[in-house]
Design a protein around this ligand. Structure first.
Ligand SMILES: [Zn+2]
Ligand SMILES: [Zn+2]
Length: 358
């Protein structure tokens, strides 16, 4: 028996959410919910709630090549659910959200489909319309479900475009814009109104970028004595503040962390700031290591020019590779010692004041 095809089968977009695509298929064919599409594809109920959706069965009923759906799938295969991915970017499973939908109704209305970046836990708001994401129905107030009649229609019949969404700050929108563009492989924006290190952020792999955002958000909250570390909205708010006016707020973060250290804390800068230092420069989450070069340069700027307590110790010199005994470092020396390409250092330092040993 041959597998039945759906009557209407629009092709998936390169940047589309896989679950959003199934919902679009379902809506196009007039079904009340994507259950019908999954049933037609012969898929089990529990399969749709995981990242291991078998795209082969879906491709058959949607009449599209498996490779096209594979490009927007969440796992390499149903047997490799631990290696989560999003549009080909490798991710830790906790960064991915496939069960609790959120979206920007205006974006969905304008584009006609749901973009894949909404599957990231960190995407709490829309960088294009600068508003919080919608995760509950404006009519019934219930949490949105993937099993609803349409892209912009709730199970209760409510229109997801009804109602205003709270706005977000420029720095939050700029950081989320960099994340969205990284996910969708879009170019670096021409403007940089929040003065983020956006070229460097967008050069990072997605998993490094997310790790940097988590680390900076968390340590900004620790420095503020806040405990809501798991609140994604707060993490975005704080991380975007740290990255804004680069590298001024980043240096301020280290100054603030430093002020909380007991006066008796002796030793080198690396030891004093061990927690954030390890998270940014030693963690397996930020790979390749070159992804963190621009953070290293800013950290050295802090250590040499803004921190009067404690010394830039030999280990730090060795690890970060710079010779602070020299009062002035040429770019070439600095590049050799820090272990990055000279062109990288030149680019990184262009907007910063010269690095000087105190
Ligand atoms: Zn939007
Ligand atoms: Zn509703």
């Amino acid at each position: 028996m041959s597998t039945p095809l759906l009557v209407r089968h629009p092709t998936p977009h390169r940047t589309e959410s896989l679950l959003g695509y199934v919902l679009r298929l379902s809506e196009n064919n007039g079904y009340p919910s994507p259950w019908s599409v999954y049933r037609l594809a012969g898929m089990r109920q529990n399969e749709m709630r995981t990242t291991g959706i078998r795209v082969e069965s879906l491709a058959k009923i949607a009449g599209c090549p498996v490779s096209q759906l594979d490009g927007i799938a969440f796992a390499q295969s149903a047997n490799h659910q631990r290696c989560s991915r999003l549009l080909g970017h490798r991710l830790v499973p906790t960064d991915l959200n496939v069960t609790k939908p959120k979206l920007c109704p205006q974006c969905v209305s304008e584009k006609g489909f749901i973009e894949a970046h909404w599957h990231l836990e960190i995407m709490v708001a829309c960088p294009i319309h600068q508003c919080l994401a919608l995760s509950t129905c404006p009519k019934c107030g219930k949490r949105l479900s993937w099993f609803r009649p349409g892209l912009l229609e709730c199970k209760c019949g409510g229109n997801l475009q009804d109602g205003e969404l709270p706005s977000i700050s420029l720095s939050e929108a700029s950081l989320l814009d960099a994340i969205r563009r990284t996910v969708l492989a879009l170019p670096v924006p021409a403007e940089n109104l929040a003065s983020l290190p956006q070229d460097q952020l967008m050069k990072m792999s997605l998993h490094s970028l997310l790790a940097v955002v988590h680390t900076l958000g968390k340590h900004r909250m620790i420095a503020n004595r806040s405990t809501s570390w798991n609140d994604k909205r707060r993490a975005v708010e704080k991380a975007s503040h740290v990255l804004m006016n680069w590298p001024q707020h980043f240096i301020e973060l280290f100054v603030d962390i430093g002020q909380r250290l007991p006066v008796t804390t002796a030793g080198g800068v690396r030891k004093q700031f061990a927690s954030i230092y390890h998270a940014l420069f030693k963690s397996e989450a930020i790979r390749p290591r070159e992804d963190a070069d621009f953070l290293k340069v800013a950290f050295l700027d802090f250590a040499m020019n803004h921190w009067g307590r404690g010394f830039v110790d030999r280990k730090l010199v060795k690890v970060l590779g710079t010779n602070v005994a020299k009062r002035y470092l040429t770019q070439t020396e600095f590049a050799t010692q820090i272990g990055v390409e000279q062109s990288t250092v030149a680019r990184l330092l262009r907007s910063q004041k010269p690095l000087r040993g105190e």
